[in-house]
Design a binder for this molecule. Structure first.
Ligand code: MSP
Length: 640
């Protein structure tokens, strides 16, 4: 690994289906990061691709009457085409059926085997083909035979299997987490992983005999195929020529700077993967960052839930820049976020078109009118010091935000600089200065500063909005180095004398999505993606009341759940099971009053019936905060 390099990876995507917008989300986040790191001058390697083996893909192929390889070829191609459509800048699109990959997998397996970490035994337990994961009973709703986290079915499996001695790596893993909390981010995910490993960390079954769509186990190839996650995780080594494929690339880029993943696959990346690497004697990644889900209609967007929007259609409808901007601006990276089309439109109109786009257009127009489009040279004026200081602070803040993957903050601050430039125009009023010959020099300073400010904002936005910003930078005549952070070293060091013409329209204002037609009385209202408003009557259907927490205890066998006893002003308190344990301790809850939804259908969680739901919001750090009330509100009071 070299200091001037940067290696970022996406998860590789299952090919049992075609991509949905959730897949694009991770890949866009990595693309923004890759572009940003290149702007900082780093030698970047950005890896993405498809995960093609395993029972899930084999079963889907069987259902469709084709071979798994045919299915993989077909769907992998759709992912590849999608990432091309989104103009993503990955350096390799890896497939786990690539020839070099099976060599690397064989090599890492052999190293784990040679370390004495693999043994033969029998696996008897639950397997979820949808997640390609083994689950304990404590992680399953045993009545429904569905996993609690993903809601997918589990099946009983009993077969001969090779095991990896995961238990041997319990202490080394805990030491790794303790050595640097930034190895797993955000903090809530770090806590989740540490408490999982502190628990009963059992050895992991890593081979299967009941199907054959996988890499044959190097030490027993006739009967066993390798567990798909050992195969899949190793793609991160193959991508940069690990284990003898390309030593130079490997030396430059390994260990990875960040494995970006969704929070559902945290355990594989932050527990199993580092343990495999330790066993094979290889360096560990610098960070695993787990982001939240894009949700729609209250559930994770995805094919199996039928609420995954087609990303090709979205790209045509909104354009690439706007989708990138929205996905990373709307929610802090790490938290779950709703994909609401009406919000996409609002952000486009207010932030991109009115704030930034309008700033660019009107300033360049003024330069045309007052100076024939010729940019004056920079000269300093005391009144401009504040604006320049804001620009410098913003630049430095953004480097820090991007270091911790706070994309939303980076965008918020950049927009604030754009607002400051709009304000600067309002205060200096160049249109008035232009009427007074004696103010010619001041007019030149104002025009220069605004355009220099536009260049700064544009560079700071360019990893997020590559299309629009390259049009602006072309119009400004910025050279390649004047489009990077090197070009932001000193205010006023750039330009003067060149002619600037207005770029083509940057952002067009969009209409809000159409409202649904009124339905005849009693008819089922269709769910409309992007529809923000509901009738008051509909709102009243949700019964929310103030609940006083009387007692709170951890649910046995779960890291996340608390069992609460809540006084809702009724004869007896209700039991509420809530996923709060990683953010809030019982002492933060007992004796306090919170907003509860009290008329939801009852649900069994971990075998306990939950009789209400508490309202919570994600914090920026990935924790949770509950909506609370003071002592002067009686338990059971309706919230409206
Ligand atoms: N093949 C495994 C990953 C192997 S990595 C060595 C896998 N594939 S997946 O296709 O099911 O999911 C890939 C990624 O997409 C995961 O990080 C998952 O969290 C993410 N997403 C799937 N649906 C999503 C949303 N609705 N929102 C955000 N990300 C989502 O898991």
């Amino acid at each position: 690994m070299s200091e001037s390099s940067f290696y970022v990876t996406t998860p590789i995507y299952y090919v049992n289906g075609v991509p949905h917008v959730g897949h694009v989300y991770t890949t866009i986040a990595c693309d923004v990061l890759a572009r940003f790191q290149r702007m900082l001058g780093k030698d970047v390697f950005f890896l993405t691709g498809t995960d093609e083996h395993g029972i899930k893909v084999q079963r889907e192929a069987e259902a469709r009457g084709i071979t798994p390889k045919q299915l993989a070829d077909e769907n992998s191609e759709v992912f590849r085409a999608l990432f091309e459509r989104f103009e993503l800048t990955h350096d390799r699109f890896i497939r786990t059926t690539d020839a070099d990959h099976s060599e690397v997998v064989t090599a890492i397996y052999q190293a784990m085997y040679d370390a004495g970490d693999i043994y033969l035994d029998t696996y008897a337990g639950w397997y979820c083909a949808g997640d390609e994961a083994f689950y304990d009973e404590s992680e399953i709703d045993m009545d429904a035979k569905l996993t609690i986290d993903s809601g997918k079915p589990v099946e009983w499996v009993e077969e001969e299997s090779y095991f990896f001695r995961l238990s041997k790596y319990k202490e080394p893993l805990l030491q790794w987490y303790a050595s640097d909390p930034s190895v797993v981010r955000p903090e809530s995910r770090y806590n989740e992983v540490v408490s999982f490993v502190q628990g009963d960390l059992r050895d992991l079954s890593i081979s299967r005999t009941t199907f054959d769509w996988g890499i044959p186990l190097p030490t027993d190839p006739e009967r066993h195929v390798l567990y798909v996650w050992v195969d899949a995780l190793t793609n991160y080594l193959t991508g940069v020529g690990g284990l003898g494929q390309d030593d130079e690339a490997y030396q430059t880029f390994w260990p990875a700077d960040v494995h970006m993943i969704g929070k559902d696959i945290l355990r594989f990346h932050a527990v199993y993967w580092p343990a495999f690497l330790m066993s094979a004697g290889l360096p560990l990644p610098k960070q695993v960052f787990a982001h939240g889900f894009l949700i729609s209609e209250g559930r994770k967007m995805g094919k199996s839930f039928g609420n995954g929007l087609d990303p090709f259609v979205l790209a045509d409808e909104y354009g690439l820049d706007l989708l990138r901007y929205y996905m990373l601006r709307e929610v802090p990276f790490g938290n779950d976020g709703k994909f609401v089309q009406a919000r996409v439109v609002e952000r486009n109109n207010a932030e991109l078109a009115d704030n930034y786009g309008n700033l660019v257009n009107r300033t360049i127009k003024m330069l045309g009118r007052f100076r024939d489009g010729v940019l004056p040279a920079y000269s300093a004026h005391d009144d401009d010091a504040q604006l320049i200081a804001t620009a410098v602070e913003t630049r430095d803040a953004i480097v820090e935000h991007m270091r911790v993957l706070a994309f939303d903050r980076a965008l918020e601050d950049t927009l604030r600089l754009s607002t400051a430039l709009n304000l600067y125009l309002q205060q200096t009023q160049p249109w008035k200065l232009a009427k007074d010959e004696a103010q010619a020099e001041r007019l030149g300073q104002v025009l220069y500063n605004t355009i220099e400010g536009i260049r700064w904002v544009t560079i700071l936005l360019s990893a997020f909005l590559p299309e629009a910003t390259s049009r602006v930078l072309n119009a400004l005549g910025a050279t390649a180095s004047e489009r990077t952070f090197a070009g932001l070293s000193e205010w006023g060091s750039w330009g003067g004398g060149q002619t600037i013409e207005a770029p083509p329209v940057l952002f067009t204002k969009l209409e809000l999505p159409p409202q649904p037609e009124p339905q005849p009385e009693g008819a089922q209202e269709p769910e409309v993606e992007g529809e923000l408003r509901i009738d008051f009557e509909e709102f009243l259907k949700v019964e929310m009341r103030v609940g006083l927490v009387l007692d709170a205890v951890k649910v046995d066998g779960s890291d996340k759940l608390l069992k609460l006893s809540v006084d809702l002003g009724e004869e007896a308190p209700r039991t509420v099971v809530a996923g709060l344990a990683q953010s809030l301790a019982p002492k933060d809850l007992v004796g306090r009053r919170f907003a509860c939804v009290t008329n939801l259908k009852r649900r069994k969680i971990f075998g306990i019936e939950s009789q209400a739901m508490m309202l919570a919001a994600d914090t920026r750090e990935g924790g949770l905060q509950l909506s609370s009330f003071g002592e002067d509100v009686a338990p059971g009071t309706r919230i409206s």
